[in-house]
Design a protein around this ligand. Structure first.
Ligand code: C2O
Ligand code: CU
Ligand code: CU
Length: 482
Protein backbone atom coordinates (compact mmCIF):
# COMPACT_ATOMS: atom_id res chain seq x y z
CA UNK A 1 0.00 0.00 0.00
CA UNK A 2 1.48 3.30 -1.01
CA UNK A 3 0.37 6.26 1.02
CA UNK A 4 1.80 9.40 -0.46
CA UNK A 5 0.45 11.62 2.23
CA UNK A 6 2.77 12.37 5.11
CA UNK A 7 0.50 13.02 8.03
CA UNK A 8 -2.75 12.30 6.31
CA UNK A 9 -5.46 14.42 7.79
CA UNK A 10 -8.64 15.85 6.41
CA UNK A 11 -9.41 15.35 2.77
CA UNK A 12 -9.90 18.37 0.57
CA UNK A 13 -13.27 19.78 1.39
CA UNK A 14 -15.57 19.84 -1.58
CA UNK A 15 -18.45 22.22 -1.69
CA UNK A 16 -21.40 19.96 -2.37
CA UNK A 17 -22.85 22.27 -5.02
CA UNK A 18 -19.72 22.91 -6.97
CA UNK A 19 -17.83 19.95 -8.26
CA UNK A 20 -14.41 21.28 -7.50
CA UNK A 21 -12.27 21.90 -4.45
CA UNK A 22 -11.75 25.57 -5.07
CA UNK A 23 -11.98 27.66 -1.97
CA UNK A 24 -9.13 30.07 -2.64
CA UNK A 25 -7.53 29.59 0.75
CA UNK A 26 -6.19 26.07 0.35
CA UNK A 27 -8.22 24.73 3.26
CA UNK A 28 -7.75 20.98 3.46
CA UNK A 29 -4.49 20.97 1.54
CA UNK A 30 -2.38 19.27 4.14
CA UNK A 31 -0.76 16.21 2.56
CA UNK A 32 2.98 16.61 2.11
CA UNK A 33 3.87 17.00 -1.52
CA UNK A 34 5.38 13.79 -2.77
CA UNK A 35 8.63 14.26 -4.70
CA UNK A 36 9.23 11.58 -7.34
CA UNK A 37 12.47 9.78 -6.38
CA UNK A 38 15.46 10.07 -8.68
CA UNK A 39 16.35 6.70 -10.18
CA UNK A 40 20.08 6.06 -10.17
CA UNK A 41 21.29 4.33 -13.32
CA UNK A 42 23.53 1.28 -13.47
CA UNK A 43 26.67 2.01 -15.43
CA UNK A 44 27.55 -0.84 -17.72
CA UNK A 45 31.03 -1.94 -18.81
CA UNK A 46 30.22 -0.23 -22.10
CA UNK A 47 29.83 3.12 -20.32
CA UNK A 48 26.09 3.21 -20.93
CA UNK A 49 23.88 4.52 -18.17
CA UNK A 50 21.17 1.94 -17.88
CA UNK A 51 17.79 2.74 -16.33
CA UNK A 52 15.61 -0.19 -15.33
CA UNK A 53 11.93 0.67 -15.59
CA UNK A 54 9.08 -1.70 -14.90
CA UNK A 55 5.58 -0.69 -15.90
CA UNK A 56 3.40 -2.32 -13.30
CA UNK A 57 -0.27 -2.83 -12.56
CA UNK A 58 -1.71 -3.79 -9.18
CA UNK A 59 -0.67 -0.66 -7.33
CA UNK A 60 -2.73 0.28 -4.29
CA UNK A 61 -2.52 3.97 -3.63
CA UNK A 62 -4.02 5.88 -0.74
CA UNK A 63 -4.60 9.24 -2.39
CA UNK A 64 -7.30 10.14 0.11
CA UNK A 65 -6.72 9.15 3.73
CA UNK A 66 -8.08 5.70 4.49
CA UNK A 67 -9.24 5.07 0.93
CA UNK A 68 -7.40 2.90 -1.56
CA UNK A 69 -7.28 3.29 -5.34
CA UNK A 70 -6.06 0.68 -7.83
CA UNK A 71 -3.29 2.33 -9.80
CA UNK A 72 -0.52 1.69 -12.26
CA UNK A 73 3.01 2.97 -11.97
CA UNK A 74 6.59 2.61 -13.05
CA UNK A 75 8.84 1.03 -10.40
CA UNK A 76 6.09 1.90 -7.94
CA UNK A 77 2.36 2.08 -7.38
CA UNK A 78 1.65 5.41 -9.11
CA UNK A 79 3.74 7.51 -11.55
CA UNK A 80 7.42 6.74 -12.00
CA UNK A 81 10.85 7.90 -10.87
CA UNK A 82 12.65 10.94 -12.24
CA UNK A 83 15.44 10.06 -14.65
CA UNK A 84 18.30 12.56 -14.44
CA UNK A 85 20.85 12.61 -17.24
CA UNK A 86 23.49 14.92 -18.66
CA UNK A 87 24.03 16.00 -22.23
CA UNK A 88 26.50 13.59 -23.79
CA UNK A 89 25.38 10.60 -21.70
CA UNK A 90 24.82 7.37 -23.54
CA UNK A 91 21.66 5.91 -22.06
CA UNK A 92 19.91 2.58 -22.25
CA UNK A 93 16.35 2.22 -21.01
CA UNK A 94 15.34 -1.28 -20.00
CA UNK A 95 11.57 -1.12 -20.03
CA UNK A 96 9.67 -4.18 -18.85
CA UNK A 97 5.93 -4.37 -19.31
CA UNK A 98 4.15 -5.95 -16.34
CA UNK A 99 0.74 -4.32 -16.79
CA UNK A 100 -0.84 -7.34 -18.48
CA UNK A 101 -1.59 -5.60 -21.77
CA UNK A 102 0.47 -4.23 -24.64
CA UNK A 103 1.87 -0.74 -24.16
CA UNK A 104 4.76 1.49 -25.21
CA UNK A 105 6.90 4.05 -23.42
CA UNK A 106 7.57 7.33 -25.22
CA UNK A 107 10.23 9.89 -24.27
CA UNK A 108 8.32 13.14 -24.75
CA UNK A 109 10.52 16.08 -25.75
CA UNK A 110 13.63 13.97 -26.11
CA UNK A 111 15.67 14.12 -29.31
CA UNK A 112 16.46 10.63 -30.49
CA UNK A 113 16.19 8.20 -33.43
CA UNK A 114 12.65 7.23 -34.35
CA UNK A 115 13.11 3.57 -33.45
CA UNK A 116 13.95 4.58 -29.87
CA UNK A 117 11.06 7.04 -29.56
CA UNK A 118 8.56 4.69 -27.96
CA UNK A 119 5.69 5.78 -30.16
CA UNK A 120 2.83 3.52 -31.25
CA UNK A 121 5.13 1.31 -33.36
CA UNK A 122 7.52 0.31 -30.57
CA UNK A 123 5.04 -1.98 -28.85
CA UNK A 124 6.04 -3.86 -25.73
CA UNK A 125 4.01 -7.02 -25.29
CA UNK A 126 3.00 -8.15 -21.79
CA UNK A 127 6.01 -9.63 -20.03
CA UNK A 128 8.44 -8.35 -22.67
CA UNK A 129 11.36 -5.95 -22.23
CA UNK A 130 12.25 -3.20 -24.70
CA UNK A 131 15.74 -1.72 -24.61
CA UNK A 132 16.19 1.51 -26.59
CA UNK A 133 19.57 3.26 -26.48
CA UNK A 134 20.65 6.71 -27.55
CA UNK A 135 23.00 9.58 -26.73
CA UNK A 136 21.52 12.56 -24.91
CA UNK A 137 22.16 15.46 -27.26
CA UNK A 138 20.09 18.53 -26.44
CA UNK A 139 20.16 21.46 -24.03
CA UNK A 140 19.10 21.18 -20.39
CA UNK A 141 15.33 20.70 -20.10
CA UNK A 142 12.60 18.66 -18.45
CA UNK A 143 10.86 16.06 -20.57
CA UNK A 144 8.68 13.18 -19.54
CA UNK A 145 7.85 9.61 -20.38
CA UNK A 146 4.44 8.04 -20.87
CA UNK A 147 2.76 5.20 -22.82
CA UNK A 148 1.76 5.85 -26.41
CA UNK A 149 -0.16 2.78 -27.51
CA UNK A 150 -2.52 3.76 -30.30
CA UNK A 151 -6.08 4.13 -28.95
CA UNK A 152 -5.07 3.30 -25.38
CA UNK A 153 -2.83 6.16 -24.28
CA UNK A 154 -5.50 8.00 -22.30
CA UNK A 155 -6.25 5.04 -20.03
CA UNK A 156 -2.62 4.07 -19.47
CA UNK A 157 -1.67 7.61 -18.48
CA UNK A 158 -4.81 8.11 -16.38
CA UNK A 159 -4.06 4.98 -14.35
CA UNK A 160 -0.65 6.40 -13.50
CA UNK A 161 1.99 5.64 -16.08
CA UNK A 162 4.13 8.77 -16.43
CA UNK A 163 7.40 10.15 -15.09
CA UNK A 164 9.95 12.91 -15.58
CA UNK A 165 13.28 13.13 -17.38
CA UNK A 166 15.57 15.99 -16.40
CA UNK A 167 18.51 16.79 -18.66
CA UNK A 168 21.44 18.86 -17.37
CA UNK A 169 24.19 20.45 -19.42
CA UNK A 170 27.17 22.78 -19.02
CA UNK A 171 25.06 25.93 -19.07
CA UNK A 172 24.39 26.42 -15.38
CA UNK A 173 22.82 29.80 -14.67
CA UNK A 174 22.50 30.54 -10.98
CA UNK A 175 19.00 29.16 -10.47
CA UNK A 176 17.66 27.23 -7.48
CA UNK A 177 18.74 23.68 -8.20
CA UNK A 178 18.41 21.41 -5.18
CA UNK A 179 15.96 18.74 -6.33
CA UNK A 180 12.89 18.54 -4.12
CA UNK A 181 14.02 21.47 -1.96
CA UNK A 182 14.19 24.58 -4.11
CA UNK A 183 14.02 22.91 -7.54
CA UNK A 184 10.71 21.15 -7.35
CA UNK A 185 8.86 19.21 -10.03
CA UNK A 186 5.07 19.59 -10.11
CA UNK A 187 3.19 17.03 -12.18
CA UNK A 188 -0.37 18.31 -12.38
CA UNK A 189 -3.20 15.85 -13.08
CA UNK A 190 -6.94 16.02 -12.67
CA UNK A 191 -8.85 12.90 -11.61
CA UNK A 192 -12.31 11.83 -10.66
CA UNK A 193 -12.62 9.67 -7.57
CA UNK A 194 -15.38 7.30 -6.58
CA UNK A 195 -16.77 7.65 -3.06
CA UNK A 196 -14.60 4.75 -1.93
CA UNK A 197 -11.45 6.48 -3.17
CA UNK A 198 -10.97 4.47 -6.37
CA UNK A 199 -10.07 6.25 -9.59
CA UNK A 200 -13.25 6.80 -11.59
CA UNK A 201 -12.46 5.72 -15.12
CA UNK A 202 -15.82 6.71 -16.57
CA UNK A 203 -15.38 8.80 -19.65
CA UNK A 204 -11.62 8.31 -20.03
CA UNK A 205 -12.22 6.63 -23.38
CA UNK A 206 -15.43 8.47 -24.28
CA UNK A 207 -16.92 11.75 -25.33
CA UNK A 208 -15.33 14.86 -26.67
CA UNK A 209 -12.78 15.45 -23.92
CA UNK A 210 -12.43 12.07 -22.32
CA UNK A 211 -11.94 12.74 -18.65
CA UNK A 212 -12.05 16.15 -16.98
CA UNK A 213 -11.45 15.51 -13.30
CA UNK A 214 -12.73 17.51 -10.36
CA UNK A 215 -9.82 16.61 -8.06
CA UNK A 216 -6.23 17.66 -8.51
CA UNK A 217 -3.17 15.53 -7.85
CA UNK A 218 0.31 17.02 -7.76
CA UNK A 219 3.02 14.36 -8.15
CA UNK A 220 0.30 11.91 -7.16
CA UNK A 221 -0.47 13.85 -3.96
CA UNK A 222 -4.10 14.68 -3.24
CA UNK A 223 -4.58 17.96 -1.39
CA UNK A 224 -0.85 18.73 -1.61
CA UNK A 225 1.04 21.04 0.70
CA UNK A 226 4.64 22.09 0.13
CA UNK A 227 6.91 23.57 2.79
CA UNK A 228 9.08 26.33 1.37
CA UNK A 229 12.47 26.66 3.08
CA UNK A 230 14.28 29.05 0.73
CA UNK A 231 13.75 32.63 -0.48
CA UNK A 232 13.11 31.51 -4.02
CA UNK A 233 11.98 28.23 -5.48
CA UNK A 234 12.14 26.94 -9.04
CA UNK A 235 9.11 24.85 -9.95
CA UNK A 236 9.30 22.64 -13.02
CA UNK A 237 5.66 22.27 -13.93
CA UNK A 238 4.26 19.57 -16.22
CA UNK A 239 0.62 19.36 -17.20
CA UNK A 240 0.21 15.55 -17.32
CA UNK A 241 -3.58 15.72 -17.39
CA UNK A 242 -5.60 13.97 -20.06
CA UNK A 243 -7.43 17.09 -21.26
CA UNK A 244 -7.53 19.98 -18.80
CA UNK A 245 -5.72 23.26 -19.46
CA UNK A 246 -4.40 25.19 -16.45
CA UNK A 247 -3.60 28.85 -16.03
CA UNK A 248 -1.13 28.48 -13.20
CA UNK A 249 -0.36 31.25 -10.74
CA UNK A 250 -0.94 32.19 -7.13
CA UNK A 251 -4.10 33.13 -5.28
CA UNK A 252 -2.57 36.50 -4.33
CA UNK A 253 -1.70 37.07 -7.99
CA UNK A 254 1.94 37.61 -7.13
CA UNK A 255 4.31 37.98 -10.00
CA UNK A 256 6.94 35.39 -10.75
CA UNK A 257 9.40 34.64 -13.54
CA UNK A 258 9.27 32.05 -16.26
CA UNK A 259 12.79 30.77 -16.94
CA UNK A 260 12.09 27.81 -19.21
CA UNK A 261 9.62 26.27 -21.64
CA UNK A 262 9.10 22.70 -22.87
CA UNK A 263 12.52 22.26 -24.45
CA UNK A 264 14.78 24.28 -22.15
CA UNK A 265 15.72 27.63 -20.72
CA UNK A 266 14.69 31.03 -22.04
CA UNK A 267 17.35 33.58 -22.91
CA UNK A 268 16.23 35.72 -19.98
CA UNK A 269 13.56 35.52 -17.26
CA UNK A 270 10.11 36.80 -18.18
CA UNK A 271 7.88 38.25 -15.47
CA UNK A 272 4.27 37.04 -15.48
CA UNK A 273 1.41 36.35 -13.08
CA UNK A 274 -0.02 33.30 -14.94
CA UNK A 275 1.28 30.62 -17.25
CA UNK A 276 -1.09 28.67 -19.42
CA UNK A 277 -0.29 24.99 -19.82
CA UNK A 278 -2.21 22.57 -22.00
CA UNK A 279 -1.61 18.81 -21.70
CA UNK A 280 2.10 17.91 -22.06
CA UNK A 281 3.35 21.50 -21.89
CA UNK A 282 5.96 22.42 -19.29
CA UNK A 283 7.15 25.64 -17.71
CA UNK A 284 10.00 26.33 -15.35
CA UNK A 285 9.18 29.21 -13.05
CA UNK A 286 11.06 30.94 -10.22
CA UNK A 287 8.99 32.37 -7.37
CA UNK A 288 10.03 34.60 -4.49
CA UNK A 289 8.66 34.03 -0.98
CA UNK A 290 8.59 35.87 2.35
CA UNK A 291 8.90 34.14 5.74
CA UNK A 292 5.75 32.83 7.40
CA UNK A 293 3.46 32.97 4.38
CA UNK A 294 0.59 30.72 3.37
CA UNK A 295 -0.07 30.87 -0.34
CA UNK A 296 -2.14 28.82 -2.73
CA UNK A 297 -0.97 27.75 -6.15
CA UNK A 298 -4.06 27.84 -8.32
CA UNK A 299 -5.49 27.89 -11.80
CA UNK A 300 -8.05 30.53 -12.68
CA UNK A 301 -9.70 31.81 -15.80
CA UNK A 302 -11.79 30.65 -18.69
CA UNK A 303 -11.53 27.26 -20.30
CA UNK A 304 -11.29 28.33 -23.97
CA UNK A 305 -12.30 24.73 -24.50
CA UNK A 306 -15.63 24.57 -26.22
CA UNK A 307 -17.18 26.26 -29.17
CA UNK A 308 -19.82 27.79 -26.88
CA UNK A 309 -19.44 30.50 -24.25
CA UNK A 310 -16.28 30.34 -22.17
CA UNK A 311 -16.73 28.89 -18.70
CA UNK A 312 -14.87 29.81 -15.57
CA UNK A 313 -12.63 26.97 -14.54
CA UNK A 314 -10.95 27.68 -11.21
CA UNK A 315 -8.94 25.18 -9.21
CA UNK A 316 -6.72 25.27 -6.18
CA UNK A 317 -3.68 23.15 -6.98
CA UNK A 318 -1.49 23.16 -3.88
CA UNK A 319 -0.84 25.03 -0.66
CA UNK A 320 2.55 26.49 0.16
CA UNK A 321 3.67 27.23 3.68
CA UNK A 322 6.90 29.15 4.08
CA UNK A 323 9.24 28.74 7.04
CA UNK A 324 9.91 31.54 9.52
CA UNK A 325 13.56 31.42 8.53
CA UNK A 326 14.16 31.11 4.83
CA UNK A 327 17.58 30.17 3.51
CA UNK A 328 19.10 32.66 1.10
CA UNK A 329 18.69 32.09 -2.59
CA UNK A 330 20.66 33.35 -5.57
CA UNK A 331 19.43 36.54 -7.24
CA UNK A 332 17.66 35.75 -10.45
CA UNK A 333 20.27 36.00 -13.23
CA UNK A 334 19.45 38.45 -16.00
CA UNK A 335 20.72 36.04 -18.66
CA UNK A 336 19.89 32.35 -18.59
CA UNK A 337 21.91 31.10 -21.53
CA UNK A 338 18.90 29.65 -23.34
CA UNK A 339 19.34 29.01 -27.04
CA UNK A 340 18.12 31.96 -29.13
CA UNK A 341 15.50 31.35 -31.80
CA UNK A 342 16.67 31.35 -35.40
CA UNK A 343 14.27 32.42 -38.12
CA UNK A 344 13.46 29.93 -40.86
CA UNK A 345 15.44 30.62 -44.05
CA UNK A 346 13.84 32.56 -46.87
CA UNK A 347 11.74 30.20 -48.95
CA UNK A 348 11.42 27.68 -46.12
CA UNK A 349 8.91 24.98 -46.90
CA UNK A 350 5.49 25.60 -45.35
CA UNK A 351 3.32 22.64 -44.42
CA UNK A 352 -0.27 23.17 -43.35
CA UNK A 353 -2.19 21.10 -40.81
CA UNK A 354 -5.90 21.61 -40.38
CA UNK A 355 -7.28 20.37 -37.10
CA UNK A 356 -10.94 19.46 -36.99
CA UNK A 357 -12.93 17.44 -34.47
CA UNK A 358 -10.65 14.42 -34.45
CA UNK A 359 -8.78 14.64 -37.72
CA UNK A 360 -5.68 16.32 -39.09
CA UNK A 361 -6.01 17.36 -42.74
CA UNK A 362 -9.23 15.34 -42.88
CA UNK A 363 -7.46 12.12 -42.00
CA UNK A 364 -7.47 9.94 -38.96
CA UNK A 365 -4.30 8.23 -37.81
CA UNK A 366 -3.33 5.22 -39.88
CA UNK A 367 -0.38 3.28 -38.51
CA UNK A 368 0.46 2.17 -42.07
CA UNK A 369 0.44 5.62 -43.69
CA UNK A 370 3.33 8.08 -43.72
CA UNK A 371 1.83 11.56 -43.86
CA UNK A 372 4.90 13.74 -44.21
CA UNK A 373 8.43 13.16 -45.47
CA UNK A 374 10.97 15.63 -44.14
CA UNK A 375 14.56 16.00 -45.36
CA UNK A 376 17.13 15.63 -42.57
CA UNK A 377 18.16 18.93 -41.01
CA UNK A 378 15.34 20.88 -42.67
CA UNK A 379 14.10 24.13 -41.12
CA UNK A 380 10.43 24.46 -42.03
CA UNK A 381 7.32 26.40 -41.12
CA UNK A 382 4.41 24.31 -39.89
CA UNK A 383 1.14 26.17 -39.93
CA UNK A 384 -1.48 24.63 -37.69
CA UNK A 385 -5.03 25.83 -38.26
CA UNK A 386 -7.62 24.84 -35.70
CA UNK A 387 -11.05 24.85 -37.32
CA UNK A 388 -12.88 23.55 -34.26
CA UNK A 389 -12.90 23.46 -30.45
CA UNK A 390 -9.66 23.50 -28.46
CA UNK A 391 -6.74 21.26 -29.37
CA UNK A 392 -3.03 21.33 -28.98
CA UNK A 393 -0.28 20.19 -31.30
CA UNK A 394 2.78 18.20 -30.34
CA UNK A 395 5.60 17.19 -32.64
CA UNK A 396 7.88 14.34 -31.62
CA UNK A 397 11.65 14.77 -31.53
CA UNK A 398 11.88 18.47 -32.39
CA UNK A 399 12.18 21.78 -30.64
CA UNK A 400 10.10 24.39 -32.33
CA UNK A 401 9.38 28.05 -31.75
CA UNK A 402 5.94 29.58 -31.91
CA UNK A 403 6.41 32.38 -34.44
CA UNK A 404 2.80 33.51 -34.43
CA UNK A 405 -0.42 32.74 -32.66
CA UNK A 406 -3.41 34.21 -34.50
CA UNK A 407 -1.13 36.48 -36.46
CA UNK A 408 0.75 37.87 -33.45
CA UNK A 409 3.89 36.81 -31.65
CA UNK A 410 2.94 34.63 -28.67
CA UNK A 411 3.31 35.98 -25.13
CA UNK A 412 6.99 36.46 -24.39
CA UNK A 413 7.07 33.60 -21.88
CA UNK A 414 6.09 31.15 -24.65
CA UNK A 415 8.92 32.12 -26.98
CA UNK A 416 11.39 29.52 -25.73
CA UNK A 417 11.95 26.04 -27.15
CA UNK A 418 8.65 24.15 -27.39
CA UNK A 419 7.35 20.78 -28.47
CA UNK A 420 3.64 21.36 -27.79
CA UNK A 421 1.48 24.41 -28.51
CA UNK A 422 -2.06 25.15 -27.35
CA UNK A 423 -4.66 26.15 -29.94
CA UNK A 424 -7.86 27.53 -28.42
CA UNK A 425 -10.93 27.14 -30.62
CA UNK A 426 -10.36 28.65 -34.03
CA UNK A 427 -6.69 29.56 -33.43
CA UNK A 428 -3.86 29.38 -35.95
CA UNK A 429 -0.20 28.89 -34.99
CA UNK A 430 2.85 29.26 -37.17
CA UNK A 431 5.76 27.18 -35.94
CA UNK A 432 9.41 27.40 -36.86
CA UNK A 433 10.55 23.77 -36.77
CA UNK A 434 14.11 22.51 -37.08
CA UNK A 435 14.36 18.81 -37.80
CA UNK A 436 17.07 16.41 -36.76
CA UNK A 437 19.41 14.32 -38.82
CA UNK A 438 18.46 10.89 -37.49
CA UNK A 439 17.59 9.48 -40.89
CA UNK A 440 15.16 6.57 -41.02
CA UNK A 441 12.86 6.31 -44.02
CA UNK A 442 10.83 3.52 -42.42
CA UNK A 443 10.24 4.36 -38.74
CA UNK A 444 8.01 7.37 -38.27
CA UNK A 445 7.76 10.04 -35.62
CA UNK A 446 4.33 11.26 -34.58
CA UNK A 447 2.64 14.65 -34.55
CA UNK A 448 -0.68 14.88 -32.75
CA UNK A 449 -3.12 16.56 -30.45
CA UNK A 450 -2.03 15.84 -26.87
CA UNK A 451 -5.56 15.90 -25.50
CA UNK A 452 -5.36 12.17 -24.97
CA UNK A 453 -8.94 11.41 -25.94
CA UNK A 454 -8.35 13.18 -29.27
CA UNK A 455 -5.05 11.41 -29.82
CA UNK A 456 -6.68 8.03 -29.13
CA UNK A 457 -9.53 8.85 -31.51
CA UNK A 458 -6.99 9.28 -34.28
CA UNK A 459 -5.94 12.92 -34.23
CA UNK A 460 -2.39 11.97 -35.10
CA UNK A 461 -0.14 11.71 -38.12
CA UNK A 462 3.29 10.31 -38.92
CA UNK A 463 6.44 11.77 -40.46
CA UNK A 464 9.76 10.28 -41.42
CA UNK A 465 13.13 12.00 -41.72
CA UNK A 466 15.10 11.05 -44.83
CA UNK A 467 18.34 11.89 -46.65
CA UNK A 468 17.72 15.17 -48.52
CA UNK A 469 16.89 14.45 -52.14
CA UNK A 470 15.35 11.05 -51.45
CA UNK A 471 11.92 12.32 -50.42
CA UNK A 472 10.22 10.92 -53.50
CA UNK A 473 11.70 7.48 -53.11
CA UNK A 474 10.18 6.96 -49.69
CA UNK A 475 7.38 4.45 -49.44
CA UNK A 476 4.27 6.13 -48.07
CA UNK A 477 3.01 2.82 -46.85
CA UNK A 478 4.90 1.30 -44.00
CA UNK A 479 4.17 -2.29 -44.97
CA UNK A 480 5.39 -1.69 -48.50
CA UNK A 481 8.47 0.03 -47.20
CA UNK A 482 9.70 -2.66 -44.90
CU1 C2O B 1 3.66 13.11 -25.04
CU2 C2O B 1 3.28 11.71 -28.76
O1 C2O B 1 3.54 12.41 -26.90
CU1 CU C 1 6.07 13.20 -27.62
CU1 CU D 1 -7.49 17.83 -29.69
Amino acid sequence: LAAFSGAATAAVSCDADSEKPSSGNGAGFSNSLRIPPILGPETGADGMKQFNLTMQAGGRTEFQPGKVADTWGINGAYLGPTLRVTRGDKVRMRVTNQIGETSTLHWHGIRLPAKMDGGPHQMIEPGATWTPEWTIDQPAMMGWYHPHLHERTAMHVYRGLAGLIIIDDDNKPDLPSEYGVDDVPLIIQDKNFEDDGKLDEDGVEDGTWGVLGDSILINGTFGAEFKVTTRTVRFRILNASNARVYRVGFADNRKFHVVGTDGGLLERPVEVDRVKLSPAERAQIVVRFAPGEQIVLNSVGETERSAGDPEEDDYDLMRLITAQDLADSPDLPSALGGVPATAPPAGARVRTFRLSGSEINDKEMDMNRIDEVVPAGAHEIWEVINTSYAHNFHIHEVDFRVMELNGHPPPEYQRGPKDTVFLPKGATARLSVKFNTYVDPVSPYMFHCHILRHEDKGMMGQYVVVEPGTENQVARTINAGS
